[in-house]
Design a protein around this ligand. Structure first.
Ligand code: TRP
Length: 478
């Protein structure tokens, strides 16, 4: 490995600090907004099962892979690949990561802005007395307005930039430690209300009783994309965060803790949303408006709903903030370290450029909705392109890099801290990053976009009959 000439870098102060910050990056709108909406569009329980298996078999190993790259190189995504493989064009991938973080943040800040509008509405008691239809109208009116969503988005970007300004340790760590556990408690409270609503059981069945006939190649790809999005893998967020982790920390146990927290919150969000979706006659495949229509309905049915709504949207905005800072940090770390611009200037420049692109995303949900490509607006394209193409591809390349290029001993050193930990599952890990993950991702991706057709290998006709029978008997039991 080339000699590393390190600039003085910030690092996380404590173990809880890294877990909190990386869990903060992982837990965000991806869990509470995206997971229910994508699960709803893709059939519920069957999607959930595939999603969970991807978290365990692919997501966790790739998180560990990203952390290892970051901590080894102590650099931003671009610089990391340049240091670890100076004579190979891997840095191009590092650069693409920066571009993708830019793209995700520009539409992510749109939704983050929505959470601020909903916080404002909660404060102004704006949900009170509204029917499900009126709440749905409220969301679309807000979208059509244009200027309000843009205003909230800019306010949100300002907060993000402000925290990034102050650096990793004073910024990121401090805010996540207390607020994430609080978010967890609040979602549990909302779940309790949701599952006790009349008609809730249908929603639970939707989320937990799988109908395997709903699985299509696209559903599998969406599940992979959602797993990657939720864990924040595939574009170097964890390379960047890994570069701030101290040498003595145990990467593996940190990864387990983060992935567990992230997954639990996503499932809880499902338990909070779907019972209410069915209880209030909302369509589970409503799309990106799903939680913004469902949650206000739940709050109306809660004693003290006014306060719960305020608390919830505050915490949701903060969860989004701890994710937006991880995205902006990818860009800012690159700009400061590679283009040698001061952190302050880099933050202002990057945040402004992202906000400009972000405004287009926001407006494409309202006043500029004629601006479509392939029949989808800019916002949806950004969401689907990043989730279903960029992140799976990024995860694929990370696996290939760690499996085939980084050097087994280097990887082992990082994961076991130079042999200090046993690393009992190291062999399994290497097998996954070398073979299983790249192969699985490639097949899922090509099959999902229709370039290869695996259906020829799938169920023969008799099997379908059996499956239908199971379906009928299951229905009969219900
Ligand atoms: N994981 C975050 C969420 O669930 C979003 C996010 C933050 C992200 N950083 C990322 C997604 C990096 C992909 C890559 O809300």
């Amino acid at each position: 490995m080339a000699k590393i000439d390190l600039p003085k870098r910030d690092s996380f102060g404590s173990k809880v600090g890294i877990i909190a910050a990386a869990a903060g990056a992982a837990i965000g709108l991806g869990n509470i907004w995206r997971f229910p909406y994508v699960a709803g569009e893709n059939g519920g329980a069957a999607f959930l099962i595939i999603y969970l298996s991807f978290i365990v078999a692919i997501g966790i190993p790739i998180m560990l892979a990203e952390f290892s790259i970051g901590r080894r190189a102590q650099r931003n995504t671009f610089g990391a690949f340049k240091i670890l493989k100076p004579n190979q064009p891997w840095y191009i991938f590092g650069l693409l990561c920066v571009a993708m973080a830019f793209m995700i943040l520009s539409y992510y800040s749109t939704i983050a802005g929505w959470t601020l509008e909903y916080l404002y509405q909660a404060l102004a008691n704006g949900f009170s007395g509204k029917s499900s239809d009126q709440l749905s109208g409220m969301f679309s009116d807000f979208q059509r307005d244009g200027s309000r969503p843009v205003m909230w988005q800019l306010i949100f970007m300002f907060f993000t930039a402000f925290i990034i300004f102050r650096g990793v340790k004073n910024g990121i760590e401090k805010y996540t430690r207390i607020l994430m556990p609080l978010l967890f408690v609040l979602i549990v409270i909302i779940c309790i209300r949701s599952v006790t609503l009349p008609g809730a059981s249908e929603g639970l069945a939707f989320l937990f009783y799988p109908d395997f006939s709903k699985i299509t190649p696209m559903v599998i790809l969406e599940a992979l994309g959602q797993a990657a999005f939720s864990l924040s893998i595939g574009l170097g967020a964890l390379i960047t965060y890994g570069s701030y982790i101290k040498k003595k920390e145990n990467l593996t146990t940190s990864v387990y803790a983060i992935a567990t927290a992230d997954t639990v919150i996503a499932i809880l969000a499902g338990v909070a949303i779907f019972p209410a979706v069915f209880a209030f006659n909302i369509q589970p495949d409503e799309g990106e408006a799903l939680i913004f229509i469902t949650l206000p309905n739940i709050f109306q049915e809660m004693p003290g709903g006014y306060f719960w709504a305020i608390l919830f949207f505050t915490l949701l905005a903060i969860a989004a903030l701890t994710s937006t800072i991880s995205l902006l940090e990818i860009v800012v770390a690159y700009v400061t370290e590679e283009l040698k611009i001061s952190r302050r200037k880099a933050t202002i420049l990057s945040a402004s450029a992202i906000a400009l692109l972000g405004i287009l995303c926001t407006l494409s949900q309202g006043p500029m909705d004629e601006l479509t490509f392939f029949g989808k607006n800019l916002f949806t394209i950004f969401d689907k392109v990043t989730g279903n193409i960029a992140l799976p591809l990024g995860a694929f390349l990370i696996a290939i890099f760690v499996g085939w290029f980084m050097g087994r001993n280097n990887v082992k050193d990082e994961i076991t801290n130079q042999g200090k930990f046993k690393g009992r599952l190291f062999g399994v890990f290497m097998f996954i990053v070398k073979f299983l993950a790249p192969l699985a991702i490639a097949i899922i991706f090509l099959n999902g976009i229709g370039l290869i057709d695996l259906s020829a290998f799938s169920a023969p006709a008799e099997y379908e009959v059996i499956q239908n029978n199971v379906q009928i008997s299951a229905d009969t039991i219900n």
